[in-house]
Write a protein that binds this ligand. Sequence first.
Ligand SMILES: O=C(O)CCC(=O)C(=O)O
Length: 271
Amino acid sequence: MGGVQVRATLLQIEVDPAETAADRRRRAAALVRAQAGADLVVLPELWPVGAFAADDFAKEAERAGDGPTAEAMSAAARDAGVWLHAGSVVERDPWPDGQLYNTSLLFAPDGALHTTYRKIHRFGFDRGEAVLMAGGSHIVTAALPHAVLGLATCYDLRFPELFRGLLDAGAGILVVPAGWPARRLAHWRVLVQARAIENQAYVLACGTAGTHAGVPQAGHSMVVDPWGTVLAEAGPGEEVLTATLDPDLVTSTRSDFPVLRDRVLGLPPVS
Ligand SMILES: O=C(O)CCC(=O)C(=O)O
């Protein structure tokens, strides 16, 4: 990254079933290339296939390291010279007969795959992702030049203990790609802000636009600072959202208003 400030761009891409995954990959790659000059670019959850398009998960599954999304995003990150959180893909591992995972891909500015994160909490209760995919079992952070990213995905937002794990692992910028449905937009806005306030961290929450598998998407990608202030918020349609982050604000918020120091851990239950 260039300096003390982090120029972040969230690409709230529309997922339209009339567009093929291959066409959407080309469009997303062009959007990433247009962000040259940013430090960190973020795409949403499962944007190649659609987060609710469960019937297509197996067909669109790919390898995390060198599948079609990884190849397109690696080249786009390198061409733009940006850190790229390329959202998530349906990963099959081992290839070609293994389990499906909802796996996020983080590329370095030279195009190398830096880190992957398998979504831990699977959404759908007894349907969709919850039955078709396996859950991840690792908390994942990534140390970038001026900040540590903590990775989570969509439904993970509802599980504050995961974010405490990311906080304890050193994260100051929490990155949450999502495919959040419009009917629970109110939950999204509150949860994104809450994760920022309670962990005194930036939250970059990038959703999708459009309707796929009959589920209208919320859009409303958000950038929230460690004090809980919403720095930028998208509308419901496709949008490029930008914000400038100051990693020192994480440190100063935590020392000026030191609530994290007052955590009380490991209390025994009353029997
Ligand atoms: O928790 C929710 O309301 C939405 C979660 C979701 O859509 C997902 O994880 O894909």
